[in-house]
Design a protein around this ligand. Structure first.
Ligand SMILES: Nc1nc2c(ncn2[C@@H]2O[C@H](COP(=O)(O)OP(=O)(O)OP(=O)(O)O)[C@@H](O)[C@H]2O)c(=O)[nH]1
Ligand SMILES: [Mg+2]
Length: 340
């Protein structure tokens, strides 16, 4: 981590280490984070990522300061240019004088150290700029992984005053659905060739996209990819309903410093933000997001308490009654739940 105000970490230090046992002054940490102190921001993210004992206190302390950041998700197949586009977006957002947070999330691969390091190197572009927080999160080994830690990290960046938080994740398996459930606006990146457009349709990416970005538009076949996407859109989907948002299809050359299409992407994101607000869809998405999070936490907590129940005398007693025909498993389960 540099001292100029940039938080760059590829992953959290080992859990249960010395740091885990040190008492944490959470309110002071949150206050420092709110002033834009990168070290405090990084430390808070580590706390939530590690599911530290201070987690509940952190969540409570952050809550009053959250809810203002605009969350933009970027997803797409490996190598389409997500990191390059993220970097270009950061530059453009900084030019608009906005404070930006970046979460580069690697869904699961234990072999991704290199890729994350690559991201990190490219992100150095912004080193020295106090208005940008960058964090790579590896979810390996973490129970619940991406879906669990990312919303917490998001809250930290939100409380730290980020106007915009960009979340980059590779579009494989569940991750694009998870990112879509986190983001206010989801960008799906595709590149010419590679049959990306078709893959996108297969993976259901078509449904999660609020905006399509055909990156590497300097390559042959970009217009064909645009046509493919437009054709697939014409086949229907939720966007074809009246009053609904029709995801624009934009071309970018993210690797170029100028004339790269990135400003138009930002303009369309802003249009989408306005639509989210005026249609009420934005509030609905955030509310659904919070509901899912509450459910997940409640389930995890229930599972934990059930763990305590396993092998307990109370459960044994209930089991004996079922064996004796004095109760049935359903009633016994109700009684068990009532005791929790
Ligand atoms: N020609 C061209 N190359 C690009 C463009 N954008 C990105 N690249 C290159 O494509 C390669 C992959 O870009 P990344 O930004 O790392 O792609 P990514 O989607 O983040 O990759 P993963 O995180 O590994 O999935 C790099 O070599 C970039 O320089 C573009 O618009 N045009
Ligand atoms: Mg990347």
């Amino acid at each position: 981590m540099s001292s100029e105000g940039i938080a760059v970490q590829t992953e959290a230090p080992t859990r249960g280490g010395r740091r885990g046992r040190r008492a944490t002054d959470v309110p002071a940490l949150v206050e420092r984070a709110r002033t834009g102190d990168a070290r405090a921001v990084a430390r808070l993210i580590s706390l939530v990522e590690d599911a530290s004992p201070a987690l509940r206190e952190v969540a409570a302390a952050l809550a009053p300061h959250t809810g203002s950041a605009q969350v933009i998700g970027l997803t797409g197949s490996p190598g389409v240019g997500k990191s390059t586009t993220t970097t270009a977006l950061v530059r453009a957002l900084r030019a608009r004088d906005l404070r930006v947070g970046v979460l580069a999330v690697d869904p699961s691969s234990p072999f991704s150290g290199g890729a994350l390091l690559g991201d990190r190197v490219r992100m150095q572009d912004h080193a020295g700029d106090g208005g940008v927080f960058i964090r790579s999160m590896a979810s390996r080994g973490h129970l619940g992984g991406l879906s669990w830690a990312t919303p917490q990290a998001l809250r930290v960046l939100d409380a730290a005053g980020c106007d915009v938080v960009l979340i980059e994740t590779v579009g494989v398996g569940q991750s694009e659905l998870e990112i879509a459930s986190l983001a206010d606006t989801t960008l799906v990146l595709v590149a010419p060739g590679m049959g990306d457009g078709i893959q996108a349709a297969k993976a259901g990416i078509l449904e999660v996209a609020d905006l399509f970005v055909v990156n590497k538009a300097d390559r042959d076949g970009a217009d064909q990819t645009v046509r493919d996407l437009r054709y697939m859109q014409s086949l229907g989907g939720r966007h074809s309903e009246p009053g609904h948002w029709r995801p624009p299809i934009l071309k970018t050359v993210a690797s170029r410093d100028t004339d790269n299409g990135i400003d138009e992407v930002l303009d369309r994101i802003e249009q989408h933000r306005q639509w989210l607000e005026s249609s009420g869809e934005g509030h609905m998405r955030r509310s659904e997001r919070a509901a899912r999070e509450i459910e997940a936490i409640a389930l995890a907590s229930l599972r934990e308490r059930m763990g305590d129940v396993h092998g307990s005398a109370a459960l044994g007693a209930l089991a004996d009654r079922v064996v004796a025909g004095e109760s049935d498993p359903y009633r016994a389960a109700d009684e068990l739940l009532a005791q929790l």
